[in-house]
Design a protein around this ligand. Structure first.
Ligand SMILES: Cc1cc2nc3c(=O)[nH]c(=O)nc-3n(C[C@H](O)[C@H](O)[C@H](O)COP(=O)(O)OP(=O)(O)OC[C@H]3O[C@@H](n4cnc5c(N)ncnc54)[C@H](O)[C@@H]3O)c2cc1C
Length: 380
C-alpha cells in the first residue's frame, strides 16, 4: 500500500474540498454545456488525481484498490463524471498498459496518462456487438510489419480529450475471442474519424461517440500484449472498470442521500418538516442501508483485486448492485425533493438521469446476472 490511513484521510479531504469549492458551483452549467472544463481537469492533474492504482515507478500513485475506490467515491459524491476521468488510467485505458504494455509503451503513453498530461479512450463497444465483445466485427490485417485496421466502435468516451485510443480488432471473425488483438491508435492517425454524440440522457459532460477506422495503419509498436491476446487485455480493462463504475455509483447514491437528508429537514409543510414523516424516514433508512451494502460489495471486490485475484464475480456483483442502488437512491431523492427534484437548482435531477446510464455501461445488468450465475455454476 502506497499510502497509510492518515495519508488516505488527508487525500480524501483534499478531494472533498476541491469538489465542494471548484466543482459543485459549476457542475450544472458544464453538464448542460456537455463538456468538462479544461481548467478543472488541469487542477485535477495538479492534485495528482489521475495516478490511481498505476504503480509509482510507472508514474502513478500506486494506490491499493480499496483506497482507489474510496477516492473515486469521494469525487463522485459531487460529480461522478470527473470520477470517469480519474479512473481511466487505472482501468479501461491504463490497466492494459500496466499489465501487458512494453516499457516503451508505458513510458510513452502510461506515464503521461497517470500524471494527467494526456488522456485516452478505450474502444470496445461496436454498433453490432455491445454486450458480446467476442462478436466484434472490426478487423485487421498484417502488411509487412504494420497492421491495417478497418471497422467502427461506438459509444466511446473521452473523444474530446483523448490523444490515443486503445482498441480491439480481429484477424479472423470466425475465431471469436481467439482472433482478437489490442492496439494503441493515436487519434491523429490517417483514416481515424471521431464523431461525438450530442444530447445524451446522462453522463453529459463525458464526450462519447463513434470511432470510424478506415485503413488505419499502425506499426508493430502499437500492439498491446501478444497478437491474439486482445481478449484478455479487454477483460482486464473492463474488470478494473467495473470496480470504478461501482465506486462512482456509490458516490452518486451517497450524494443523493446527503442532499435528501438536508432537504427533508429544511422543507417544512404545514409546520412540519417532511423529515418528521415516517414514510420519508423509511426512504432515508432504506437508501442508507442499500448504499452501505453497495459500498461493502465495492470494497469486497477491491480487496480481491488487492490480493492479486481477478475479482471477476465480485466486480459483476459490485457493478450491478451499486448501479441499481444508485438508480433507486436517485429516484427516491427526486421524490423527496418533490417538484424541486426536477429543477436544475437541485442536483438530484441530474443524478436521476445519470443513474439510469450506470445500469448500461461496462456490462448491462442482464449481462452481470449471467456472469454471476455462470461463476456460481462453475463453483467459483
Ligand atoms: C455514456 C456511455 C459511455 C460509454 N462509454 C464506453 C466506452 O468508453 N468504451 C466502450 O467500449 N463502450 C462504452 N459504452 C458502451 C457500453 O459499454 C455498452 O452500451 C454496453 O456494453 C451495452 O451494449 P449495447 O448498448 O450494444 O447493448 P446490447 O448489447 O445491444 O444490449 C441491448 C439490451 O439487450 C440485453 N442483452 C444483450 N445480450 C443479452 C443476453 N445474452 N441475454 C439477455 N439480455 C441481453 C442487454 O442487457 C440490453 O438490455 C458507453 C455507453 C454509454 C451509454
Amino acid at each position: 500500500m502506497a499510502i497509510d490511513e492518515h495519508e488516505l484521510a488527508a487525500f480524501t479531504a483534499t478531494i472533498r474540498d476541491f469538489a465542494q469549492r471548484e466543482v459543485a458551483p459549476r457542475v450544472a452549467e458544464y453538464d448542460a454545456a456537455e463538456q468538462i472544463p479544461r481548467d478543472i481537469v488541469k487542477q485535477m492533474a495538479e492534485l495528482g488525481l489521475f495516478g490511481g492504482t498505476v504503480p509509482e515507478e510507472l508514474g502513478g500513485l500506486g494506490l491499493d484498490h480499496v483506497s482507489y475506490a474510496k477516492i473515486i467515491e469521494e469525487m463522485a459524491k459531487v460529480d461522478h463524471t470527473l470520477g470517469v476521468l480519474m479512473s481511466m488510467p487505472s482501468s479501461l485505458v491504463g490497466s492494459g498498459l500496466v499489465k501487458f504494455g512494453t516499457p516503451e509503451q508505458q513510458e510513452k503513453w502510461l506515464r503521461p496518462l497517470a500524471q494527467g498530461e494526456i488522456f485516452g479512450a478505450a474502444g470496445v463497444t461496436e454498433p453490432q456487438s455491445g454486450s458480446n465483445v467476442a462478436a466484434m466485427e472490426t478487423t485487421y490485417r498484417r502488411d509487412g510489419d504494420d497492421f491495417v485496421i478497418n471497422g467502427a466502435k461506438t459509444w466511446i468516451s473521452n473523444l474530446d480529450l483523448a490523444s490515443f485510443i486503445i482498441t480491439f480488432a480481429t484477424a479472423d471473425r470466425s475465431l471469436g475471442r481467439a482472433g482478437i488483438s489490442a492496439f494503441i491508435i493515436p487519434v491523429d492517425s490517417p483514416g481515424l474519424t471521431l464523431s461525438p454524440f450530442k444530447d445524451k440522457l446522462g453522463f453529459r459532460p463525458i464526450c462519447s461517440g463513434e470511432v470510424s477506422l478506415v485503413d488505419v495503419r499502425v506499426g508493430a509498436d502499437a500492439l498491446v500484449g501478444e497478437e491474439f491476446g486482445g481478449y484478455a487485455v479487454a477483460m482486464n480493462a473492463v474488470e478494473k472498470g467495473r470496480l470504478s463504475v461501482a465506486a462512482r455509483a456509490v458516490g452518486l447514491a451517497q450524494g443523493c442521500l446527503d442532499d435528501s437528508i438536508a432537504y427533508a429537514q429544511q422543507r417544512v409543510i404545514g409546520g412540519t418538516a417532511i423529515a418528521d414523516h415516517q414514510l420519508i424516514q423509511a426512504k432515508l433508512a432504506n437508501m442508507a442501508t442499500e448504499i452501505t451494502a453497495a459500498r461493502l460489495l465495492v470494497h469486497d471486490c477491491a480487496h480481491a483485486m488487492d490480493r492479486g485475484e481477478r475479482g471477476r464475480k465480485q466486480a459483476s456483483m459490485a457493478k450491478m448492485y451499486a448501479s441499481n442502488v444508485a438508480q433507486r437512491a436517485a429516484t427516491e431523492a427526486v421524490q423527496i425533493h418533490g417538484a424541486y427534484g426536477v429543477s436544475p437548482e437541485f442536483r438530484v435531477g441530474r443524478a436521476y438521469r445519470d443513474s439510469k446510464v450506470f445500469q448500461l455501461v461496462e456490462g448491462t445488468g442482464e449481462i452481470h446476472l449471467q456472469l454471476i450465475a455462470r461463476a456460481l455454476l462453475k463453483g467459483e
